[in-house]
Design a protein around this ligand. Structure first.
Ligand SMILES: Cc1cc2nc3c(=O)[nH]c(=O)nc-3n(C[C@H](O)[C@H](O)[C@H](O)COP(=O)(O)OP(=O)(O)OC[C@H]3O[C@@H](n4cnc5c(N)ncnc54)[C@H](O)[C@@H]3O)c2cc1C
Length: 543
């Protein structure tokens, strides 16, 4: 049995009941070699295999007949393709398989592009957009294509501008911790580079092995450690972007303070490619914490999850770096699809929580998390739990949270809602949606809907409501929408916490934004892109 810190403490304190943290549950996992990416890839393989056996993804144009191709956009000619070939490498439907660029990660959206451009420099992007603007050719910027709202793939024949080939780290300043990198640097590559410098990328998410830094900025991705490092609106210091007419906006500042007029880069953070193509980013990266702890525990009621969260903030304070919620259904799905041994033995609980701390003083941090967990178990706020004893175990515990999105695609498809709700009611949405689907006879073993799952970044009031289905079905969509959006509107929440609008939510933005705000957004789009003023509502593509 691996000696744990908690056993040591328990022995030193006579009379204390040895908590379930002392169970050798993690021993069973210790022979396996996991890294976050490895585990992610491992699950990816499972789901991709399942996906690849599925039928072809339906064209977005067929699923959403209300979105018509704007007839003012020109059709691509062979002269256009020849011109683009003189600028940068291209992939064309005549000679290449463009399936990966046309289909999104969820296999829910499929476009019909016939051309993918792969610029190698900001100058290339500028030439491309200038030409597209003059010829009225529509484009969609694409990063790692891991977006979850269908914004990264075309709907019709828009040209895909893939940022894959712009992948250089431009500079890193070890004194300030400021990284400047090209748009197409993969998040995990940036973080690995920073690890070598003793720093950390202030954003982490399950798709880190594929998503791009500029894709993260374009979606204002939140991810797993927003609780600790804050949003990209705070950490991104500068953006270089090419506007729809080809003009290069160089706001690649490395200044923390710059109150000289409007903060223009902020407009691009979360703009989903509607205002231009981001070609480089400067971002402040904190020193990498050298001590981390990861605990995973079971809780029986949502009220007790809230209690544990309040106490985590109070008792772990500055070292708390993640507080992730997973419901029992999500964990059953991960166990079923991956076949892995669950971290906690014994009876299932309704909720599970992953808590991570990051700091610099091992003794101090260990002591804090030990006391925190012991207190929770002693007063029965939590039922059972494990505390990882090394990095391998930490990564394995994380895989039970990070693996959820991938696993849920196993049955055929997933309806995804990424929402912000006042914390007290965070989980009621899952219960209400489940009741509604049962009431309409759509959920069950031989029905379209497999189950209703809730998980998310509890520390940020962000719930991921996921509904795995055996196939996408308009009856399910009609039961869910606008019900989910109305439910959120009543509680003054947001219909998009971190994934953006894309195609999925373009019709529903008014549930979270007033007419005045939408009017300002439209005028901004029209200012940046006067030739192609914003349709109503704004859509996620550059021109
Ligand atoms: C397993 C998994 C876990 C995830 N976890 C999270 C999470 O925890 N938090 C979270 O917020 N998201 C999460 N996501 C969603 C997704 O990973 C993020 O939205 C990510 O930031 C998208 O980056 P990307 O490079 O893949 O962008 P893409 O998917 O390629 O594009 C997303 C949008 O940004 C635009 N875009 C891309 N690059 C540029 C550019 N250079 N300039 C202008 N516009 C651009 C596209 O047109 C599109 O509208 C997850 C996705 C998966 C598959």
């Amino acid at each position: 049995m691996t000696p744990t810190r908690l056993i040591t403490r328990a022995i030193r304190r006579p009379g204390l009941i040895v908590p379930p943290f002392c169970r050798p549950v993690l021993l069973r996992l210790s022979g396996q070699r996991f890294s976050a990416t490895e585990s992610h890839r491992q699950i990816t393989t499972t789901a991709t295999t399942a996906n690849s056996q599925k039928k072809e993804v339906r064209l977005t144009a067929e699923s959403y007949p209300s979105i018509e191709r704007d007839a003012r956009f020109a059709k691509l000619t062979s002269e256009d393709v020849a011109h683009f070939r003189s600028i940068c490498p291209v992939l064309s439907a005549e000679s290449d398989d463009l399936e990966a660029f046309n289909t999104d990660w969820m296999r829910k959206y499929r476009g019909q592009t016939r051309l993918v451009l792969k610029p190698k420099s900001t100058a290339n992007v500028s030439e491309i957009l200038k030409y597209c603007n003059s010829r009225s050719l529509a484009v969609v910027p694409q990063g790692g294509n891991t977006g979850l709202v269908g914004g990264s793939v075309p709907i019709y024949d828009e040209i895909v501008v893939s940022m894959n080939s712009m992948s250089n780290i431009r500079s890193f300043d070890p004194v300030s911790g400021i990284l400047i990198c090209d748009a197409g640097v993969v998040l995990e590559t940036a973080d690995n580079y920073l690890a070598g410098q003793g720093h950390i990328f202030p954003l982490d998410l399950g798709a880190k092995g594929s998503c791009h830094v500029a894709g993260n900025v374009a979606t204002n991705a939140g991810g797993l450690r927003l609780l600790r490092y804050g949003s990209l609106h705070g950490t991104v210091l500068g953006v270089e972007a090419v506007l729809p007419d080809g003009t290069i906006m160089n706001d690649l500042s490395t200044l923390r303070k710059n109150n000289t007029g409007y903060d223009l880069k902020q407009l691009f953070i979360g703009s989903e490619g509607t205002l231009g193509i981001i070609t480089a980013v400067s971002i402040i990266c904190p020193p990498r914490p050298n001590v981390q702890n990861v605990a995973f525990f079971g809780v029986n009621t949502f009220e007790k999850v809230l209690e544990a969260f309040i106490r985590a903030k109070r008792e772990l304070g500055e070292i708390l770096s993640a507080f992730e919620l997973m419901d029992g259904t999500s964990q059953r799905c991960v166990a079923q699809v991956t076949g892995k041994t669950r971290p906690l033995a014994g009876e299932e609980t309704k909720f599970y929580v992953l808590v991570e701390t990051s700091g610099s003083n091992k003794e101090h941090d260990d002591d804090k998390i030990d006391k925190f967990l012991m207190a929770l178990i002693e007063d029965e706020t939590i039922v059972n739990g494990v505390l990882a004893q090394d990095e391998t175990q930490q990564r394995n515990l994380w895989s039970w949270r990070e693996g959820i999105p991938e696993v849920l695609g196993h049955w055929g498809g997933v309806y995804k809602y990424d929402v912000s709700i006042p914390l007290k009611e965070l989980y009621s949405l899952v219960e209400d949606v489940k009741a509604r689907l049962i009431e309409h006879g759509l959920l069950g073993e031989d029905k379209t809907v497999v189950d209703v799952v809730g998980f998310g970044h509890m520390g940020d009031g962000n719930l991921h409501l996921n509904i795995p289905v055996r196939s996408y079905d308009s009856r399910v969509e009609q039961i869910l929408e606008p019900f989910v959006y109305e439910w959120i509107q009543k509680r003054k929440g947001s219909i998009s916490a971190e994934h953006g609008l894309g195609v999925a939510k373009r019709e529903y933005v008014q549930y979270s934004r007033g007419e005045t705000e939408l009017g300002i957004m439209r005028s901004l789009k029209n200012h940046f892109d006067p030739v192609w003023p914003a349709p109503v509502p704004i859509r996620a593509s550059c021109c």
